[in-house]
Ligand binder design. Structure first.
Ligand code: F6R
Length: 577
């Protein structure tokens, strides 16, 4: 699961590649590497670690090379090590490649190759040796076509051929965008990787490969026939203006929540107004609505179910990785994938499956021009801007907002107009209390978070955040489920964060059950506990409790001295199954 990029042109190749790789680091940051065309062999530099720690080592300096490939890795096959980092090369050094995806039959392909010395434990390396073997007699293009016929799984590959001074791209299942500049070509897993250099873009389809030679690109199918491509001009929407006065992106992005919501609100009333209307019509007219998503976006989709059911629309949510095992879709289904990145592999697979079964697809994404967006019949953008921290924060609250707006358009409920102001106030007024609690939380091993109705998904979301960013074991659950197992784990002083919308809430009896077993109850509520929580109505407590949970996670991780924006073992977008 990785980010790949390539460049052919007259600029300083390594500088371009490194810049693009930084934009792709959301796809993985276990290791990184660069290969450039140089005579007589390709030159490769790679290492483990995050790009800002190793970029000096990867940069080949003022090389005169006109072509190069770059990679940021999230380990799947083979541990995190320099030898498993991409690019991988053929035995003779003629070819180097970077790969995103998983070549499922790599062992079989390897067996068929005969005497080849492998340097890594990765599935990717087999492609370099396979192409080397076939290219000897047939030439590189035919070797690539053979590979496309024989390889199973998903791949996007960028390949350098030093003998022919050519760059190739191959795609099946994983994304590959092509950027076209003035006498220069860019390739990457997403368009933002080359956004500073060109806005002319085309997307490769499965079963296509591209040949780049002398800054010209030709895309072909598996029969070697040229394929006409539509070149689009992209309007860039994502901007990373840096951390500014903040210490971490997570802190900045939580603080941006009210402004992100305002931008979304504005967009839903102007440029996306018609899309919102059409989306609402689809929700009302279909037989059933099925949300699918992963991680944080899945928690948003659970709230989507809650809001839509209240609005009288039958809906359910299913984790994308289990979609086919648990779901039956048909032509009466409206599939609603929710994905910040729009690149999550499991979500894309659930979409492909649903499409085959005849379902319509209306998606909710953040990153414009993503694969999810392009595969959908209709798409709403949550307009949260670029989210750099691995933890999804402002994109979660924008997802909730769009879902509330959809429910509002169906049943006429009004979303609180003062919501953004109240969130801002909650962020400002709770800072001291959050820091105090984080000081205690940093030494905890286990935390439980309970919610009910609209806050059950939030409880799960806070638990996800505490695990991924603060490295604390946390479970988020329905209050009523505490007594089915979990209470046995509650000892004197075990923290139970309780999300209580107000006096008389049903969840209070569950809080009491935990308290009477010695739990340390941390109340998030307008009526109880030490936090300032604004009075709430129509689902806005979900926003306040999420924001407080995000802040608590942030300050706990910070007090533990953890790498807040890039936690260990994770990636922002999961582009493999
Ligand atoms: C959590 C987080 C991940 C993502 C998940 C889905 O903070 O960021 O759990 O929510 O990988 O990603 P998207 O929404 O891009 O499909």
């Amino acid at each position: 699961m990785c980010g790949i990029t390539a460049y052919y042109g007259d600029r300083e190749t390594c500088e371009i590649l490194l810049d693009s790789m930084k934009r792709l680091e959301y796809r993985g940051y276990d290791s990184a590497g660069i290969a450039v065309l140089s005579k007589p062999k390709i030159s490769v530099r790679k290492d483990t670690g995050k790009l800002d720690e190793i970029e000096g080592k990867l940069n080949h300096g003022n090389s005169k090379s006109r072509a190069g490939i770059g990679h940021t890795r999230w380990a799947t096959h083979g541990n995190v090590s320099e030898k498993n980092a991409h690019p991988h090369t053929s035995c003779d050094g003629r070819f180097a490649l970077v790969h995103n995806g998983i070549i499922e039959n790599w062992e079989k392909l390897k067996e068929g190759l005969g005497e080849h010395e492998f340097q890594s434990e990765t599935d990717s390396e087999v492609a370099a040796h396979y192409i080397e073997e076939r290219a000897k007699n047939k030439g590189t293009e035919k070797a690539i076509r053979d590979f496309m016929r024989e390889a199973a799984g998903s791949y996007a590959i960028a390949l350098l051929d030093s003998e022919e001074d050519r760059l190739f791209a191959v795609k099946s299942g994983s994304p590959m965008a092509i950027g076209m500049g003035e006498k220069e070509i860019f390739l990457a897993s997403d368009v933002y990787a080359f956004s500073p250099y060109t806005d002319k873009v085309t997307f490769m389809k499965d079963g296509e490969y591209a040949v780049v030679e002398d800054c010209d690109i030709v895309v072909k199918n598996t029969r070697g026939e040229e394929v006409g491509k539509r070149v689009e001009t992209i309007r860039w929407e994502q901007d990373d203006s840096g951390k500014g006065a903040f210490d971490h992106y997570m802190q900045k992005e939580i603080t941006e929540i009210p402004r992100s919501l305002e931008k979304l609100q504005n967009s839903l009333e102007t440029d996306q107004r018609d899309t919102l209307r059409r989306f609402t019509e689809k929700l009302k007219d279909c037989g059933k609505v099925i949300f699918t998503a992963a991680g944080t976006s899945y928690h948003a989709s659970l709230l989507g179910v809650y809001f839509l059911q209240k609005a009288g629309v039958e809906a359910q949510a299913l984790i994308a990785s289990e979609f086919e095992n648990y779901e039956r879709v048909d032509e009466n289904t409206l599939l609603v994938p929710i994905s910040q990145s729009g690149e999550t592999k499991d979500v894309l697979e659930a979409m492909d499956y649903s499409k085959q079964e005849g379902a319509e697809i209306a998606s909710i994404t953040n990153v414009p021009h993503s694969t999810v967006e392009r595969k959908s019949d209709l798409n709403l953008r949550i307009r949260a801007g670029q989210e750099v921290c691995v933890a999804a924060t402002k994109t979660f609250t924008n997802q909730l907002y769009v879902l509330m707006k959809l429910a509002e358009s169906i049943n006429g409920t009004k979303v609180e107009n003062s919501l953004m102001e109240k969130i801002k106030e909650a962020i400002e007024r709770n800072e001291g209390q959050i820091k105090k609690l984080a000081e205690e939380m940093k030494d905890e091993k286990d935390v439980y978070i309970i919610g009910k109705g609209e806050t059950y998904p939030v409880a799960r979301e806070i638990a996800l955040k505490l695990k991924e960013i603060s490295y604390i074991h946390a479970e988020g659950m329905m209050g009523g489920e505490l007594k089915h197992g979990t209470l046995a784990l509650v000892e004197d002083g075990t923290p139970v964060i309780s999300l209580i919308p107000g006096k008389g809430s049903d969840i209070i009896s569950n809080v009491k059950e935990a308290e009477s077993r010695g739990a340390k109850i941390i109340e998030v509520s307008p009526d109880y506990g030490d936090f300032y929580v604004p009075e709430n109505s129509n689902g806005d407590f979900a926003f306040f409790s999420s924001v407080l949970g995000f802040l608590l996670t942030y300050w706990t991780a910070r007090k533990k001295g953890l790498p807040v924006d890039k936690p260990r073992n994770l990636a922002k977008s999961v582009t493999v199954q």
